[in-house]
Design a protein around this ligand. Structure first.
Ligand SMILES: *[C@@H]1O[C@H](CO)[C@@H](O)[C@H](O)[C@H]1NC(C)=O
Ligand SMILES: *[C@@H]1O[C@H](CO)[C@@H](O)[C@H](O)[C@H]1NC(C)=O
Ligand SMILES: *[C@@H]1O[C@H](CO)[C@@H](O)[C@H](O)[C@H]1NC(C)=O
Length: 290
């Protein structure tokens, strides 16, 4: 592998959705998403000050909670968690253009922006360096954000259910977000989508051996040999999965984009949501009955 694991940290904060041919000749950035196609996808802007800003994706658990990556809430270089008062959540749109450039009318008909009142990172979240790894990686990389005011649910703002606890990663997943359509490009203001083959953790752990430790609470996307290679999605952003044999075609949240090698080569690593179902439910229930 040609990537430098020491640049993981840089990669974590870069938001990418795309497909890159390994020969470097062709860069394909997935496709634009249509308004309402991924009503669970939200955009998270986490501002420490004018230079330290984390932009991430997230998925709606319900109208009050977002599921995202814990590393999106943590300023690694500063060693500090975000201030909930300085986080903005945008829902209900595929478009992030602001001000005079923002398209009017239908595309932003149901756009909503709300605030965060509580950050709930997984208590075991940390950047960890395993023995033999070349860099630190985020572990237990999941967090909930409680929003207030809650979002209004409609055609373009809808929750997605969590993967069943016994879900085994298989087939393709759908990654969405506002990432750069190519590894060196600019950020996009229009949401994109890409279908990516999901890789069993054992295979992935083998791939990353000597660079990073992929645990059983993670899985990967990518292809084994060259050709078209999916990049990772927005940090914190959702991977939606479905059962191949489910006639309803219902999809659920199976992964949260967590980390990958710099410059978006073959593999990306996700938090395996099925491992955290009871943690998420417990957090939400605890606060509802409080
Ligand atoms: C933002 O905060 C960091 C850490 O305290 C600091 O190094 C940087 O200079 C700040 N940037 C501005 C523009 O104040
Ligand atoms: C899975 O994704 C790959 C890469 O985008 C695509 O070539 C393939 O057709 C997809 N497979 C299915 C079953 O959708
Ligand atoms: C992953 O991508 C790198 C860089 O393009 C390449 O050298 C390596 O062989 C790829 N790994 C596999 C298993 O294809």
């Amino acid at each position: 592998m040609t990537f430098l694991a020491s640049s993981f940290a840089v990669f974590l904060l870069s938001v990418m959705v795309g497909i890159r041919a390994d020969d470097g000749m062709r860069i394909v950035g997935g496709e634009a998403a249509s308004p309402g196609e991924f009503p669970y996808q939200v955009f998270i802007e986490n501002v420490f000050n004018s230079t330290e800003i984390l932009k991430c994706g997230g998925a709606l658990y319900n109208q009050e909670y977002v599921v995202t990556a814990a590393h999106c809430m943590y300023f690694k270089d500063l060693g500090t968690y975000a201030n909930p008062k300085r986080i903005w959540i945008t829902a209900g749109t595929t478009d992030l253009e602001e001000g005079a450039n923002a398209p009017q009318g239908d595309i932003n008909r149901d756009k909503q922006i709300t605030r965060v009142v509580e950050i709930i990172p997984h208590p075991k979240f940390e950047y960890k360096k395993y023995e033999g790894d070349l860099g630190t990686i985020p572990t237990y990389d999941i967090a909930l954000l409680r929003m207030n005011p809650p979002l209004k649910l409609n055609e373009r703002t809808q929750p997605i259910s969590l993967a069943p606890a016994d879900y085994v990663v298989q087939g393709n997943g759908t990654v969405t977000g506002w990432g750069r359509p190519d590894p060196y490009g600019k950020w996009t203001k229009q949401m994109r989508k890409v279908d990516i083959p999901l890789v069993d953790w054992q295979q992935c752990a083998k791939m990353f051996k000597g660079y990073a430790t992929v645990t059983q609470d993670m899985f990967c996307s990518g292809t084994l040999e060259g050709g078209v290679t999916p990049c990772n999605g927005d940090s914190g952003g959702p991977v939606a999965c479905r059962y191949d044999n489910d006639p309803s075609g219902r999809s659920f949240l199976c992964g949260i984009a967590s980390f990958g090698p710099n410059r978006c080569p073959n593999y990306s690593v996700y938090t395996r949501v099925s491992a955290y179902v009871s943690w998420v439910e417990e957090q939400v229930q605890k606060r509802q009955t409080a």
